[in-house]
Design a protein around this ligand. Structure first.
Ligand SMILES: Cc1cc2nc3c(=O)[nH]c(=O)nc-3n(C[C@H](O)[C@H](O)[C@H](O)COP(=O)(O)OP(=O)(O)OC[C@H]3O[C@@H](n4cnc5c(N)ncnc54)[C@H](O)[C@@H]3O)c2cc1C
Length: 376
């Protein structure tokens, strides 16, 4: 690998790689994108596409909110098939303890400029009549959005190409070196920088990187327009999403523009196969029916699974591999990579070009969880 043909090779064209490629190319860098399958075929094809502000930590809030604002800016340019809908999220409280969490979240978001509204049981039922009786209330976050991730990834890749980036699909990168990458067919692409954006596969090219696969199931129904208006998530979701040992399910439903309803979600560690597992699928659907009994009368069309890329501290890995100058990571986004793709790309490009970022990159730098990273 001699003279660099490219400034940067982005490995993986999921939503994160696509966003990075677009950001680099927009800044005038010479970009090559390489994808082992087709664009947006990994977790990006499996995800729900909920663009959601989260507050597990200040760092998570900063990246989700910043990214959501970048999606808002991009909205006028998004093609129709990205299905960007600002339907808002309602966090549903089933008991007084969860209502306490509603009030805490409301205060936290208000203090940081995120509009929210506390809902009493009557208003909750008015907004979402198919929720069961007896729920205690909820928190409406009106600026949250849903979109269709594979088309969003394709749009970002096309935008990168418009800025001059090249794309190769259906070819694996098997080795990342200091001066570029080697493909399955033996071809080498020389580049000053390599960005590993391969999601849950990131450790294959960067052994030692602490990313584990966290399997999730989703179900999509036939078309039932007006059945559901907001993304609904039980507040118990926060407890299950935090669990790092056991399998968990939570009520999480989403209205699609087609009138279909996307039903989630489950979380499993150690489940390596992509098959749909009836046991956890049934648990997930039962949980959904506990909150929305009328779901039982709808027809489901399809169920599928995907793998979130989970890090030990639930924050993504964005920045140079520890002790390195040419190999970078943009991976480990767990259940928030659709949301945080644009922010990830922006702060990574700022870091590489020496520009002042809107939010500090430090909480996401791979060096925080550095172990013994080594060459593939
Ligand atoms: C069930 C489920 C629900 C989710 N819901 C949401 C949600 O509502 N909101 C949200 O923000 N996030 C959600 N997520 C998370 C989100 O889908 C992911 O965080 C995001 O898609 C990660 O994108 P990525 O580009 O990092 O990874 P991926 O989409 O997995 O892309 C990685 C790409 O790299 C390619 N690749 C791998 N190895 C190589 C190689 N050696 N050479 C070349 N190419 C390679 C793969 O083929 C793949 O296309 C959900 C995830 C799941 C599983």
């Amino acid at each position: 690998m001699n003279k660099s043909a490219y400034d940067v090779v982005v490995v993986g064209c999921g939503i994160v790689g696509a966003a990075c490629a677009m950001e680099f190319a927009a800044r005038g860098m010479r970009v090559a994108m390489v994808e082992r399958d087709v664009i947006g075929s990994g977790a990006t094809a499996a995800g729900m596409g909920h663009i959601v502000v989260m507050d597990d930590s200040e760092a998570q809030f900063a990246l989700t909110r910043y990214s959501q604002q970048l999606w808002q800016e991009l909205r006028p340019e998004l093609p129709d098939d990205v299905e960007y809908e600002q339907c808002g999220t309602i966090w549903v409280a089933a008991d007084e303890e969860e209502m306490e969490e509603v009030r805490r979240k409301h205060k936290y978001y208000q203090a940081r400029g995120v509009p929210t509204e506390i809902l009493d049981p009557h208003r909750l039922k008015t907004l979402e009549p198919n929720l069961r009786d007896g729920l205690v209330g909820g928190l409406l976050v009106p600026e949250d959005v849903v979109l269709y991730p594979p088309c969003a990834a394709r749009f970002l890749v096309e935008r990168a190409q418009k800025y001059g980036a090249s794309l190769r699909t259906c070819v694996d990168i098997v080795q990342v070196g200091d001066k570029g990458v080697r493909l399955t067919d033996g071809e080498e692409i020389a580049a000053g920088i390599v960005v590993n954006a391969t999601g849950a596969s990131a450790p294959e090219l960067a052994p030692g990187v602490e990313i584990k696969k966290r399997k999730g199931h989703l179900v999509i129904t036939d078309r039932y327009p007006s059945f559901l208006r907001h993304q609904l998530v039980e507040l118990g979701y926060l407890k299950s999403a935090h669990s790092i040992s056991s399998d968990s399910v939570a009520f999480n439903v989403q209205p699609r523009r087609t009138g279909q309803i996307l039903i989630g979600s489950s979380r499993q560690y150690g489940a390596e196969g992509s098959e749909v597992e009836s046991g956890i699928l049934m648990r997930m659907l039962q949980r959904a029916q506990e909150y929305m009994p009328a779901l039982a009368s709808l027809s489901a069309l399809r169920a599928w699974t995907g793998f979130r890329a989970a890090t030990p501290d639930k924050l993504p890995l964005i920045g140079p591999m520890p002790g390195e100058k040419t190999r970078f990571l943009a991976a480990g986004h767990e259940g928030l990579g659709i949301t945080t793709s644009l922010g990830t790309a922006r702060i990574l490009a700022d870091h590489i070009t020496g520009s002042q970022p809107a939010i500090p990159i430090d909480p996401y730098l791979p060096s925080r969880v550095a172990k013994a990273y080594s060459h593939a």
